[in-house]
Design a protein around this ligand. Sequence first.
Ligand SMILES: NC(=O)c1ccc[n+]([C@@H]2O[C@H](COP(=O)([O-])OP(=O)(O)OC[C@H]3O[C@@H](n4cnc5c(N)ncnc54)[C@H](OP(=O)(O)O)[C@@H]3O)[C@@H](O)[C@H]2O)c1
Length: 291
Amino acid sequence: MFSSDSIILKNKKIGFIGAGNMTQHILEPLLKDNILKSDQIFVSNRSASKLQKLKDKLNIISCNSNEELLEKSDIIILSVKPQDLYEALEPVLAYFEPRHEVISLAAGASLKSLSKLLPKVSLLSRVMLSTAVKIKQSAIAYDFMKNGQFAQSEDDGAFNVKALFSPLGKLFFLKGDQAFRAFTVGSGSGVALVYELMIYWQGWLKDYGITEKMAEQITQQSFLAASKMAINEEQSIEDLQQAVTSTKGITIEALDAMRASNLEGQLHHAFEQARLKDVKLANLKTIDNTK
Ligand SMILES: NC(=O)c1ccc[n+]([C@@H]2O[C@H](COP(=O)([O-])OP(=O)(O)OC[C@H]3O[C@@H](n4cnc5c(N)ncnc54)[C@H](OP(=O)(O)O)[C@@H]3O)[C@@H](O)[C@H]2O)c1
């Protein structure tokens, strides 16, 4: 049985520049669920050893150079670190053709700067995701340009982006660098930030004699339940919270203390630090400096 995603991608040759963590996290579920087949996937990488490991694991077709990958692929996924992006692209700029669709995963690299670097490419997308793609639960933001123009609506195209990434989580069509930066912190880093809260949670439980394993599982279950109920019930998070908080009960004591300590302001400050670092990195490096 073929899904509509696998049908749309069936005759496409998909090339990944970079055989690192994200490439592996994306490919594993797509291959396992037969959305892609290993003989349509081409991968190049800076170091031969990492590429060989990925080939041994997923049976993809390895390319000896980025030129070879560009010759063989229709859809090119840029999966190198943002600071390596310009160095990876610069020697092969002449090999990009209008037949190529390019999808960049590089955090911080704006569509505008990518389109200046790759003027011949007619369909150019930017995708931001998290490691939760490996369990098909990532929030995934995308935006795209067609023939040098920003898409006005998600219906303008990028059908291959939707086919490739919607099986890996929930897709959001997001406009503008500001929104992408906020998304990078709230979702790309988001999982790690939630882990920080989970570490405090289980630590507090352990202080009262609950075993490490149980403290871990209680914490996991609480975060899972909160997320699942927020997704499944047709109420806002505020309403769900109110429904489990009686005015003379226990929960309100903790909530009042959290609010009095300005936890919201502290988290806001922490998120802003990450966002500002993203701005700083984009200013320091790569393709945004090639304008
Ligand atoms: N991992 C995440 O959680 C995450 C989350 C959101 C977005 N992203 C984005 O996903 C992209 C990939 O990140 P990652 O975590 O997968 O990084 P990674 O594990 O470091 O993988 C990047 C790969 O690119 C290869 N590479 C570097 N220069 C190259 C070149 N000139 N030609 C071919 N290959 C080259 C590296 O090769 P060697 O190291 O073997 O030399 C490495 O294997 C980044 O742009 C990142 O912003 C990642």
